[in-house]
Design a protein around this ligand. Structure first.
Ligand code: PSV
Ligand code: MN
Ligand code: MN
Length: 424
């Protein structure tokens, strides 16, 4: 479904006065408002191809209608989101779920929608039809060289697709680990994984990065071979300068201090990127900011401070991506909400006065430090984000316009009620 620009303009026009009033109110108390607005306009968050269809759990899936049936339709859906919010200008593909049959056509279609190809994701956690070896007991950690070789070759193939499409990074998430004590030798599993990753790393083009994603548990419940940021950091350090740790917010044990992890990884120049989502327990993959928006703000506060300390470009020096699943919501509405939550946390973090905070810290003024953080967090920055969208030609209120245009109803008409999205 195409959303014509005039429809966005018409929609904005009707609520413009109300927006201006709210914007001017917030802007009057923000020192560097123009600088912040430009940062918000520049910030882009990649959408994973697997988040566009209704997700499910191992107990069932309750599909909505009008889901994308092909890679082309996934790109069209992200194009639609990007048109509405001007900050979803990238797609992250998962191979083999998204094998491009004709990379040039896919590239051209994405360009038409203003979308670039973010990190490529490999998949050695599922067996594929026709594959020689099984990943039942792991992939890169496997005791059998044949399995390891197959996993390595797969990752190299993913890099090749990525090169064709213009991606510049590979995310490796391994489900490897063990379900029971004694099932594997943890040191050997680490060594095998490292050697396998080294072979993949050797195939990375010069301008590419490799992200090593960690996860505390699931599908393996006793040990995970890349189980936490320490292990990921170890692999990334041993691999070399093109390897980084990727932080997925849902991949920690409950109550982990993710902002501290982020601060230290940034300091060590080993933070590569993010998979945003939210959770009550662990890998719940809920809408970003739906459970703990304060934590998200605190993470962004560390990101802004740490990136500024190193003179990094907020928009392009780390990989920003959503990794969520939508069981009961319309996936596109959910993604609009997630992007909005990320932008809110980012804008609030930009409001933190770093100098004042440092002064409070140096004076051990704990109360003042908290006031500074919560003052930024409790500011309603939504009008700033709306203004940034307006300046980027997008909708002041993407979700409301989405509903007004009856996007889902139209997609159901176009694609049908019973669609099987490829991927999860
Ligand atoms: C695993 O839980 C994960 O977060 C990894 O990023 C995968 O690539 C993604 O989900 C999709 O399976
Ligand atoms: Mn992830
Ligand atoms: Mn996950």
């Amino acid at each position: 479904m195409l959303v014509e620009k005039y429809k966005i303009d018409q929609f904005n026009h009707e609520i413009l006065n109300d927006h201006k009033r709210k914007f001017e109110f917030v802007a009057s108390s923000v020192k560097n408002v123009e600088e912040i607005l430009q940062k918000l306009v520049d910030f882009q968050i990649a959408i994973p191809s697997w988040a566009l269809g209704t997700g499910g759990t191992r107990f069932g899936r309750f599909a909505g209608g009008g889901e994308p049936r092909s890679l082309e339709e996934k790109i069209e859906d992200i194009g639609l989101l990007h048109k509405l919010n001007n900050c979803s200008g990238a797609i992250s593909l998962h191979i083999p779920w998204d094998i491009p049959t004709n990379s040039n056509n896919i590239k051209a279609l994405a360009a038409q929608h203003g979308i670039r190809f973010d990190a490529m994701n490999s998949n050695t956690f599922q067996d594929q039809a026709g594959q020689e070896w099984s990943y039942k007991y792991g992939s890169m950690q496997h005791i059998d060289k044949g399995v390891r070789r197959q996993a390595i070759e797969h990752n190299i193939e993913v890099i090749k697709y990525g090169i064709e499409l213009g991606s510049e990074s590979l995310t490796v998430w391994l489900a490897d680990g063990s379900n029971f004590p004694g099932q594997l030798n943890m040191r050997k599993a680490f060594q095998n994984t490292l050697e396998s990753l080294q072979e993949v790393y050797a195939e990375l083009p010069d301008n590419w990065k490799m992200f090593v994603e960690y996860k505390a548990f699931e599908p393996n419940f006793y040990s995970t071979t890349v189980g936490d940021w320490g292990q990921s950091f170890l692999y990334a350090s041993k691999l070399g300068p093109k390897a980084y740790t990727l932080v997925d917010l849902g991949h920690h044990l409950p109550n982990a201090n993710i902002e501290q992890i982020v601060a230290l990884l940034l300091m060590e120049e080993k933070l590569g990127g993010f998979h945003f989502n939210d959770s009550k327990y662990s890998d719940d993959d809920l809408t970003v900011g739906s459970i703990n928006p304060y934590q998200l703000f605190l993470i962004f506060k560390e990101l802004v401070e740490g990136m500024d300390a190193r003179g990094m470009n907020h928009a392009s020096d780390l990989g920003w991506m959503i990794d969520a699943s939508h069981n009961v919501k319309d996936p596109l509405e959910d993604l609009l909400q997630s992007v909005e939550a990320i932008m809110i946390a980012y804008a609030q973090a930009l409001l933190v006065d770093a100098k004042e905070l440092e002064a409070a810290q140096l004076a051990n003024d704990v109360v003042r430090a908290q006031e500074i953080l919560q003052g930024a967090y409790r500011t309603d920055v939504r009008p700033l984000i709306a203004e940034a969208r307006l300046r980027g030609g997008a909708a002041l209120e993407p979700l409301n316009l989405y509903r007004q245009l009856k996007v889902r109803e139209n997609l159901i008409k176009e694609r049908g009620l019973k669609t099987v999205a490829t991927g999860l």
